[in-house]
Ligand binder design. Structure first.
Ligand SMILES: Nc1ncnc2c1ncn2[C@@H]1O[C@H](COP(=O)(O)OP(=O)(O)OP(=O)(O)O)[C@@H](O)[C@H]1O
Length: 226
């Protein structure tokens, strides 16, 4: 059973079609990219998955759950199963790295001792085991993005969606972030990355969904990228 399925999904904002009749499925633990020019609909596709937008037509299924039926308090529950990484990572400047990462657990009422344990483990996982007490501004751009990833995975989501996670990083740091995302996929988290950087996407040799003007115009298998 796929973890995520889009079935003829369209999204229209006011007078603009952002997605038109998009269908695809993602298996558990799969890592893939969605690419396309600016305005192609990449961010909109991700927003439909973490329910910051709703489709105009069509169905999005997550773990066989129709997301159209996820309303009210259930939205927060859904977001625990879908981690989100943003290009600008959106960290709280006046909180420590550990507090930033632990915030989703705090919001769901996890006991403090458990939060401390899980934050330590997840910071180790992203290579920041020693930086828990630092403030975000004391970290490099690549490290800040790792904190954003740690925060996104602390609730152990089945799917991680990342919107241009390497957008502000140089090629070496970008490669490091993508290697980190690959390691999460290798441990069973499905990872969907939106990126307009075709060179980088091709280099990864993963499945690529190509959007153009809101339409899914290609779904490229890794073998085709050799
Ligand atoms: N909240 C909104 N209201 C109206 N139109 C929007 C809104 N968000 C996006 N759009 C429009 O929908 C289309 C798709 O936008 P989207 O942000 O999904 O594209 P994108 O591929 O992520 O682009 P970028 O790479 O520039 O972030 C664009 O034409 C955009 O102008």
């Amino acid at each position: 059973m796929p973890l995520l399925r889009f079935d003829q999904v369209s999204k229209r904002y006011a007078s603009r079609d952002a997605l038109v009749d998009v269908s695809f499925a993602v298996e558990p633990g799969e890592m893939l990219f969605v690419t396309g020019h600016s305005g192609a609909g990449k961010s909109t596709l991700l927003r439909l998955i973490h329910l910051s937008e709703r489709p105009t037509r069509g169905t999005v299924l997550f773990a066989d759950r129709n997301l159209a039926k996820v309303r009210g308090g259930r939205v927060a529950m859904h977001r625990r199963e879908v981690g989100v990484v943003f290009q600008d990572h959106r960290l709280l400047a006046d909180r420590s790295v550990a507090d930033n990462v632990g915030l989703p657990l705090l919001l769901r009422g996890t006991p403090r001792a458990e939060i401390a344990k899980r934050v330590r483990a997840v910071l180790e996982k992203v290579g920041l085991g020693e930086r828990g007490t630092a403030r975000p501004r004391e970290l490099s751009a690549g490290e800040q993005q790792r904190v954003g990833i740690a925060r996104a995975i602390v609730c152990e989501p089945a799917l991680l969606v990342a919107d241009e996670p390497t957008g502000n990083l140089d090629p070496t740091l970008s490669a490091e972030i993508l290697a980190l995302l690959e390691s999460l996929a290798a441990r069973g988290t499905a990872v969907l990355v939106a990126s307009h950087d075709l060179t980088l996407v091709r280099h990864m040799r993963r499945r690529v969904l190509v959007l153009d003007g809101g339409r899914l115009v290609d779904d490229i298998a890794p073998e085709e990228l050799a």
